[in-house]
Design a protein around this ligand. Structure first.
Ligand code: HEM
Length: 570
């Protein structure tokens, strides 16, 4: 007994000492890391030689590089002052980051295996989306892309067109009935809009017979429609969110999207570096995300179970065991198992990457068309004259693709209001980034390549690359679909997918870009012939993960794009 007590006593005593030592070592390591980060490493960072805006020890340039209300003018000013390639400051003066508007430099960064997505971005996304393609690099990433590829072939997209059309028509009919019933979205009463007639009366065509109108938050409605599309197209799941916003998986996803959309402050940044914090001190936001993830997992398992049961029931009730249908049922079953093991992981990724981005792009399209009524009626005329071809069938996609003005509106929207404002890469080893134009270093030395060391961040300014005047001309900062009817050769040679930077390019480029273009076309081709959109409020842009519209002076309401809608009759 005495011996046992002695052992417990020794264990407690030395255990406490060992734990104390462990904590001390961790604290010293942390202090050394901070000392190295703030004082030792910066004087050796090759990016310090680059021209660029300066910052004091604790200030940063995040607003200048990420706030879409500022970026177009700030970037233009910086390029004028420092050239196309420069550095700015991240979390303080010690944190040099590279930014470039030089196409050669950006191509190198987006295509070279030396540059990866930073682990911070990957951890943030995998936390809520699971270990999907967003969180992967190298061979694992290549395998995931290969597995996903068949879902994005032209034939696969053709098969999805009826789903897109079904939801576009459902949305159109919903809006038409809102107009007939004189029902605007409820939150209109909390925001005082200028009346449509105050804003656009003089632009309205006197010949048209516009009877009634209604104001709708088109962003919210389109988000519901695109989520429905991905639900059905991606995993055969009817959210039916256009009908009602009460379905539990729908609400769970909305919770997750909203949490990704709000800046969680210092605690969120600290959690990124030390995930243990959120386990020990989970706040209301974290608890909500965890509960939502649980709902999604539970519902996912239920769906798979019921699908499995249905297939097994078909197999067991089959009269003839050698019935050749059994084979196809077994095939279905093995496909289902494959789906659970592989596709299941993609569901969150697709819902996040595919529904939100496209919804925002479509909302921006309607916004810019509401401000450019000439472009809106030109599109309507093109659609009206081609209605005969727009019957769903095998050639529906071809018919849509043969509408040059529709294509121009879609590309111009993506160029002018890219849903993803920018992206980040990190150098995984020291490298030299080639430039198409030499730059002048602070030491007055001219160089044609930028030395970058392992661990440094490169900011890829997606929006900024879409505004380059050398590529799109002096009117690059205006919304002008006509530019795509005879684009300058510089735009045609542009390496970005769909000739814009909005989907980036290289191994991590958007896999769903054709899906997005098609969905935008199907929705616009369905909505514009019967509805006219005019502004209902002054709209601003803000950027979280996606660049969203908000009513100026009402940012606390979150993302919103109210538009006044009226029935269009010729
Ligand atoms: C207008 C709509 C869309 C825009 C603007 C957009 C934009 C982007 C961008 C910029 C990236 C690359 C991010 C980076 O390089 O860091 C990306 C990646 C991705 N997108 Fe999209 N996207 C859209 C629609 C879609 C759709 C409809 C889907 C699927 C149905 C999708 C699936 C993905 C996936 C899976 C990735 C990750 C690819 C990888 O890491 O290999 N996106 N998207």
């Amino acid at each position: 007994m005495d011996t046992a007590l002695g052992i417990v006593f020794l264990a407690l005593r030395y255990g406490a000492e060992a734990a104390g030592l462990f904590v001390l070592v961790q604290v010293l390591r942390g202090l050394w890391w901070l000392f190295h980060l703030l004082l030792i490493a910066p004087p050796f960072d090759p990016l310090r030689h680059l021209p660029g805006p300066d910052a004091s020890r604790l200030s940063n340039h995040f607003s200048e590089v990420m706030d879409p209300a500022r970026t177009p003018s700030v970037h233009e000013e910086w390029v004028k002052q420092f050239g196309k390639t420069f550095r700015y400051h991240g979390f303080g003066a010690h944190d040099y980051r590279l930014m470039s508007f030089d196409l050669r430099a950006i191509s190198h960064v987006l295509t070279s295996p030396t540059f990866e997505k930073p682990w911070q971005t990957r951890r943030l996304l995998s936390r809520v989306l699971g270990q999907g393609v967003f969180a992967m690099e190298g061979e694992a990433h290549r395998i995931q892309r290969r597995i996903m590829a068949p879902a994005f072939t032209t034939q696969a997209l053709k098969n999805l067109t009826p789903i897109m059309l079904l939801k576009a028509e459902e949305l159109r009919d919903k809006w038409l009935s809102m107009i007939t019933d004189g029902m605007s979205d409820e939150w209109e009463h909390t925001i005082s809009f200028p009346t449509a007639s105050e804003i656009v009366q003089e632009n309205r065509d006197a010949e048209k017979n516009i009877q009634e109108d209604a104001v709708a938050d088109v962003l919210r409605w389109i988000s519901r429609a695109t989520l429905d599309v991905i639900g059905l197209a991606g995993f055969d799941y009817p959210f039916e969110s256009l009908k009602t916003e009460t379905e539990d998986v729908y609400l769970a996803y909305r919770n997750i999207f909203d949490s990704m959309d709000t800046f969680g402050g210092f605690k969120r940044i600290a959690e990124l570096f030390f995930p243990i914090i959120e386990k020990i001190f989970p706040d209301a936001g974290i608890r909500r995300v965890n509960a939502s993830l649980k709902t999604i997992r539970r519902r996912g398992e239920e769906i798979v179970r019921s699908k499995k049961q249905a297939i097994m029931a078909e197999i067991t009730t089959s009269k003839d065991i050698w019935d050749k249908d059994i084979l196809s049922l077994l095939k279905k079953l093995s496909f289902l198992i494959w789906e659970i093991n592989t596709q299941g992981k993609f569901i969150s990724t697709f819902l996040f990457a595919g529904s939100d981005t496209t919804a925002v792009a479509l909302a921006w399209a309607l916004h810019y068309l509401s401000l450019n009524l000439d472009a809106q009626s030109r599109l309507r005329v093109e659609l009206a004259t081609s209605q005969a071809n727009l019957v769903v069938g095998t050639d529906y996609i071809d018919a849509l693709d043969n509408l040059p003005y529709l294509d121009a509106v879609v590309r111009e929207t993506l160029r002018f209001a890219p849903p993803v404002h920018g992206t980040i890469r990190v150098a995984v080893k020291d490298d030299v980034i080639p430039l198409s134009e030499p730059i002048l270093l602070r030491s007055n030395k001219v160089v044609t390549g930028v030395h970058i060391r392992k661990g440094s961040f490169v900011h890829v300014p997606i929006e900024g690359m879409n505004y380059i005047k050398d590529v799109w001309g002096d009117d690059a900062l205006s919304f002008k679909p006509e530019r795509w009817l005879s684009p300058p050769p510089t735009a045609l040679q542009y390496p970005g997918l769909a000739n814009v930077m909005s989907f980036t390019f290289g191994p991590h480029a958007c896999i769903g870009w054709r899906f997005a273009l098609l969905e935008m076309k199907v929705f616009l081709a369905t909505l514009i012939p019967q509805l006219e959109f005019t502004p209902a409020a002054e709209i601003g842009k803000y950027n979280t993960i996606v660049t969203r519209p908000f009513v100026k002076g009402k940012l606390e309401h979150g993302p919103a794009l109210p538009l006044r809608m009226s029935k269009f009759t010729l």
